[in-house]
Design a protein around this ligand. Structure first.
Ligand SMILES: [Fe+2]
Ligand SMILES: [Fe+2]
Length: 193
């Protein structure tokens, strides 16, 4: 699929709000990639496609995961919406023709984060959290850090806000999110040697 065909298809599949969010995430990811000397095209594609499975109902996510042999752990079984990243990566590959493993990994891990996050993974996590339609206390700090090249600090702030929300709602924290948090804290604050 060409980029325009992907955008047209997303418009068909997603709610208006999610479509707007997806395009805005792609635009911000592209801008961040430029600031950070990363691949702008990959960042844009990962950004616009990251939520391509988010409109699927929970039951459908579970059925899709089962049919495609995607591992469903005890936490995703209770909170199936966590599957929209990995299911989205499968749909991006099988239905949108995306073969690039870096793009697919960024889509797969965008909602939980992961232990070893690539530059593209971080760009997508931060763009998803802080694209211009996002409006919450602390979002400007995330944007400012990211556009000043402090992507790890932006990621830490974005994860902090997401984890605080999860704790406040008394819902489970995915193990990948804990790994991602520990890794970024380790990279930023723990002196080695
Ligand atoms: Fe998402
Ligand atoms: Fe998103």
């Amino acid at each position: 699929m060409t980029k325009n065909e992907i955008i047209d298809e997303l418009k068909q599949r997603l709610s208006k709000k999610l479509y707007t969010h997806s395009l805005a995430t792609g635009d911000m990811a592209k801008q961040l990639a430029k600031v950070l000397n990363s691949d702008e095209e990959k960042a844009y594609l990962a950004g616009i496609l990251h939520d391509c499975a988010k409109n699927m109902p929970k039951k459908e996510l579970l059925i899709y995961a089962h049919n495609h042999k995607i591992m469903i752990d005890s936490i995703t079984l209770i909170q199936p919406s966590l599957l929209h990243g990995v299911v989205g990566a499968n749909i991006a590959k099988l239905e949108f023709g995306i073969d690039d493993p870096e793009i697919l990994h960024a889509i797969e891990t965008h909602s939980t984060g992961s232990k070893e996050m690539s530059l593209l993974d971080k760009i997508i996590y931060v763009s998803d959290s802080a694209e211009p339609n996002r409006d919450y206390e602390g979002v400007d700090l995330i944007r400012n850090l990211a556009f000043n090249g402090e992507l790890d600090k932006a990621l830490l702030e974005a994860m902090n806000i997401k984890l605080a929300y999860v704790l406040s709602k008394r819902i489970m924290i995915h193990l990948e999110s804990i790994e991602a948090w520990n890794n970024i804290v380790g990279a930023l604050f723990i002196k080695k040697g």
